[in-house]
Design a protein around this ligand. Sequence first.
Ligand SMILES: [Zn+2]
Length: 145
Amino acid sequence: MLERTVEEKIKDCQQFADLTIWFQGNFREDFKARIKKLFAETIFRLDKVLGRSLANLESIICMDGASCRRVCWPEPLPGEDWEYKYQILLSGLVLNRSDEEVRQTFCHELGHIVLGHCVELEKEGRSVLEKQEAEVRDFCKGMGF
Ligand SMILES: [Zn+2]
């Protein structure tokens, strides 16, 4: 099979960003374009390790005034097998962050997906959460962030 060219890969990443990122609230068009571009750049950089993990990412929602976090969907979606789906919630506060900090945030949250993390605090408690955060920090370091 032919290797895709770099340009084709970047286009794939951009299309994935277009489909995956939803904006809730009044964001300016230049902000939306910037976030999509930074996400596309992040998945381009993580290309080799992401593999099929991106299939588990349902959406990224950009919201006004919420902190960035990751949630799991413990319930199967209609027509799908039982599996965790992830949603990344990205605060509008990223407006104030540098490009590299935004990419780092995406890398961190994608790391949770790649590593198959799911936190149900009531069941698992804070020590599991801390262990997962440490694993993700290692993942990001390994990715050069
Ligand atoms: Zn985390």
